[in-house]
Design a protein around this ligand. Sequence first.
Ligand code: F6P
Length: 511
Amino acid sequence: MTWTRERLEAVARARLDGVRLVVVANREPFIHIYEGDEIRCLRPASGLTTAIDPLMRACGGVWVGHGSGSADRDAADERGRLAVPPEDPEYTLRRVWLTPEEERGYYYGFANEALWPLCHNAFTRPQFRAQDWDYYRQVNRKFAAAVLDEIGEEPAIVFVQDYHFALLPRMLKDRRPDLVVAQFWHIPWPSRDQFAVCPWQDELLDGLLGNDLLSFHIPHHCNNFLETVDRALESKINREHAAVTRRGQTTVVRPHPISVDPDLIARLGPVDGLREERRLRGRLRLGDLPLLIGVDRVDYIKGIPERLRAVDRLLELHPEHKGKFAFLQIGAPSREQIGSYRQLGHELDCLVEEINNRHGGNGWSPIVWLHEHYNAEQLCTLYRAAAGCVVSSLHDGMNLVAKEFVASRTDQRGVLVLSQFTGAASELTDAVLVNPHDLDELAEGLHQALTMPEPEQEWRMRRMRQQVADYNIYRWGGLLLTEVARFLPAHSICCQPQRHSDPELLLEAHG
Ligand code: F6P
């Protein structure tokens, strides 16, 4: 039986049974900004918010996040609260205010210049600054205070997101041992030797072991985490049940690959998609050429330079493609206060110019580079117009662009060229899988995307679409919720088997 929003809602009603759900994520799902005197509400370019928002709409509750927009304070009440989505409210957003120093030290500094490169095999060296670490601790405490304020004296499930909050679970448990705390780590967990270089590894691991449940996308990241703990901390590890016990608290470690809402994506976009495609093609001067498309935040883990060099190599290996296609790279600006991100933007500008100068001519340029944010509707139109989508991350926890591309191809056409170093590669095995460090292999992947016969496109796409439909975001949320709810004393599966109105759920949760 396919997981739907309705099924998740039913599971949430049965499992939560009045217990509050509080999600903590640094990035907020809706940002308010000033444009002149007007306030505009935007959706950020973030896989995390795309994935968690449908879950919150289905389950209700509170999302505690950093209020980072210029108009955020004016769009919220005095406690930083507002009902969202603004057009049709289904849950509450609670904004936490950070000083510029806190944002710099905690978000740009420790989270994104230390933990981000530490957890990704992208050969960017982590920066460990004691002051950033202090801010990271301070901001984790600030979020803990906001969560506890939201919950009051009530029982609650707190579902923490990502590497911004490694210390939060322990802080919450120390104050309220009765809370159920779970965390999803959206990025990879590296090998134990790689993680060991962090000067504060023990504190980070101890913080994470405040969770009842700690989840990663794939089993490999779970195993890396268990091995890291085994090497670093005094604790008891039960390999059979993938559980760690420390300071009287047991943390269960589980893989749960995150996903998208394929039905929502299939419905996205204008009624007259062809007209919109023509409009976008006209604006971007793409003519009628077959399109290859890349969509990313501009981040060094995404392998964007590698992808552009592969376009260059493709034109050397297969000059017959000259003038016959366009590679459209959309790069949403990201974390631009960090030097390595600014440098990457500059590198991409130069690379595009160099490759276009080398191969372009007669009004044709192989690469169209758009360093700007596109909304979900525009992206869907472009995904549907593309011959292929290229995801060449050097390392990525999951990569939801790959799943969004597949979900948008209701015509069963299009080729996905996918890095073997993404979590998505272990599910979308009918993509053209490539090693992004191997230039010739990546170029050959692009060639395949431009030349694959339609019947082959169709059978590959059908199978990938089935995979995304079966393993959608509602299944992810439903199984996580089921697992987490087992930690609620009164909701334990062994004590109350009659609560399981959905027998398939039991099988899935245990399988
Ligand atoms: O994939 C990791 C992640 O932090 C996600 O959690 C988030 O969707 C994305 O990167 C964007 O990052 P940021 O919130 O820093 O813009």
